[in-house]
Design a protein around this ligand. Structure first.
Ligand code: OGA
Ligand code: NI
Length: 353
């Protein structure tokens, strides 16, 4: 089957690794982590901290429960012990920084306004209707299976292809481990991810947020509030704050934890879970002092995957919310109508028929 071509709007829009990757253990200052009513450890009042290593061993069922609570009540979590080595996390961040520090004409060779391009640079833009500037520059590319795409990637900076492919493979491995646990936690029949998501893909984005003149701060966003049109998004932030999530009506900053990924529930998982899990509304703000980078890996199913919730999730207490639709229908509708956030799933509600 031809690879899925996911479209990710501009302004949207692990197994702990074997082999040479060394698992990472974070030391989180106790004062910054509290516990909520489900027993989840919460980072700075924002998102639960999940230990992926817990899926391998006697804590597996507890970890699956924690994952379920995190997806249900928070729409995301901080992921530690994901199996991606510190060397590789630093390596991809350095490559991304080197790329965005190349001269503009070099970067612009990859520019394309076509959202179906297999690799493309997208630049900041002004939204005249809302009189705001969205400043993110991003390099977006398909990356699973990596050998199908790596030849399209830049050769400058040197070793870009090697480092980025190694990262994409490692983050995909963590994604699969997570998804298996998430589906198991939903009580879905134990099937392989390939059976559920068919020929699933991966799309990555190196995100660059330049510093912003103090006088323009009020009118500039890194990214406006959005949910991701994905199953899950795995985000590696650098050390500069900027990501905010909407919690109880307030935008709350998510401070990065070193060597820890931030995972967002995307629209597709909201649909598949019959709304048990809600996609996370988030945005990026900028500052006048430090540029910021992040690396996002978006996991999405094949075009033909049926996105309606499986029968195991429907009963008297949980009536069917979404009808069956394919991923292709979902993203085509999203892209054509430029629908914001949760509204993207509304046209697939049973009651909308
Ligand atoms: C995204 C996104 C957040 C960040 O790429 O969809 O929301 O912190 N990124 O860069
Ligand atoms: Ni996002």
């Amino acid at each position: 089957m031809a690879p899925t071509k996911a479209v990710v709007a501009d302004d949207h829009l692990a197994s702990p690794a074997g082999g040479k990757n060394t698992p990472i253990t974070n030391t989180i200052p106790i004062s910054n982590a509290q516990t909520d009513i489900h027993g989840l450890e919460i980072w700075e009042g924002t998102l639960p901290i999940i230990d992926l290593g817990g899926l391998h061993g006697p804590r597996r069922s507890d970890t699956i429960k924690q994952l379920g609570h995190a997806c249900q009540h928070y729409g995301g979590f901080m992921l530690k012990n994901h199996g991606i080595s510190e060397r590789l996390l630093n390596g991809i961040m350095s490559k991304a920084r080197e790329f965005f520090h190349l001269p503009e004409e070099e970067r612009m060779k990859l520019y394309s306004p076509d959202p179906t391009s297999l690799i493309r640079l997208a630049t900041g833009f002004k939204d005249d209707n809302q009189n705001v500037f969205v400043s993110r520059e991003s390099l977006k590319f398909h990356c699973h299976p990596v050998e199908n795409y790596v030849n399209l990637w830049p050769t400058n900076p040197p070793s870009y292809r090697e480092v980025v492919s190694e990262y994409c493979v490692a983050v995909k491995r963590a994604e699969i481990t997570l998804l298996e646990a998430v589906f198991e936690g939903l009580g879905m029949e134990r099937k392989s991810i390939d059976q559920i998501l068919d020929n699933h893909g991966q799309y990555a984005s190196l995100n660059y947020y330049p510093t912003c003149d103090k006088s323009n701060l009020g009118l500039t966003f890194g990214l406006r509030g959005h949910t991701d049109p994905t199953i899950l998004t795995m985000l590696l932030p650098d050390e500069v704050p900027g990501l905010e999530i909407l919690q109880d009506g307030d935008w709350v900053p998510v401070k990065p934890i070193p060597n820890t990924l931030i995972v967002h529930v995307g629209d597709v998982l909201q649909g598949l879970s019959n709304c048990r899990y809600k996609s996370l509304l988030h945005r990026v703000i900028v500052n006048s002092e430090k540029e910021r980078l992040s690396i996002a890996s978006y996991c999405y199913p094949s075009n033909d995957t049926q996105m309606g919730p499986p029968k195991e999730l429907i009963d008297d207490d949980h009536p069917l919310i979404y009808k069956d639709y394919t991923y292709e229908e979902f993203y085509t509708t999203m892209w054509k109508q430029r629908l914001p956030d949760a509204a993207r799933l509304d046209s697939f509600k049973v009651s909308a028929a």
